[in-house]
Design a protein around this ligand. Structure first.
Ligand code: ZN
Length: 112
């Protein structure tokens, strides 16, 4: 099993825990992008469509979550910090560190 496949399986295992944790923290959640198919978005390193050309979405290692409190969409990254820091404690990378607070990933070979 390749290191990438191992990491993809770990990510798929961690995502439900991330969503459960969001609910425990009182957030409401809708799902955003997870996998961005390179046939549509370009191979890693290739810019096509939207999103970063070296995005972990192309590696099945990222998901975007839209968080709400009391039905109100949370736009401010600071409001997402508790969940982002929880994700980091699990070994993940939180996009709030680089202006993309809805983004949760596992870094791979410099891609996040
Ligand atoms: Zn993302």
């Amino acid at each position: 099993m390749s290191p990438l496949l191992q990491k993809q399986m770990l990510f798929a295992k961690l995502v439900p825990a991330l969503i459960d944790q969001a609910h425990r923290m009182g957030y409401q959640v809708t799902l955003g992008d997870a996998f961005r198919d390179p046939r549509v978005f370009g191979a890693p390193g290739v810019a096509k469509g939207y999103g970063h050309k070296r995005s972990c979405h192309k590696l099945k290692l990222a998901i975007d979550l839209n968080l709400y409190k009391d039905g109100q969409y949370l736009e401010d990254t600071e409001a997402l910090r508790p969940l982002g820091e929880w994700w980091e404690a699990q070994g993940g990378t939180w996009g709030g560190r680089f202006g993309d607070g809805n983004h949760y990933s596992l870094e791979h070979e410099g891609m996040r």
